[in-house]
Design a binder for this molecule. Sequence first.
Ligand code: ZN
Length: 91
Amino acid sequence: MIKDEGVNKVSANVMKKAQRLKVEKSDSSWLVSGGKEPHIVEISPEYEFKCDCMGFVMRKSCSHVLAVKLHSEKISKELKLWEIDPIYLGC
Ligand SMILES: [Zn+2]
């Protein structure tokens, strides 16, 4: 049975799972491993994430996509951290 549990109800468990997953960026997709099987998460031309796992097919959301989102947020935070004031770049 496919049951719509709503994003908030599943997010606590999915979040826990997502935090344990390993995310590796390749050209235009991410390889998410650490679960039962590795999965590929891609970004569509509409800038929506999509995953090749069954959970995503059923719920349009899964821990792999969340893991990639967490990963990208981490990266953007790190990038911000390293952002140098343009004035000091001398160009
Ligand atoms: Zn997935």
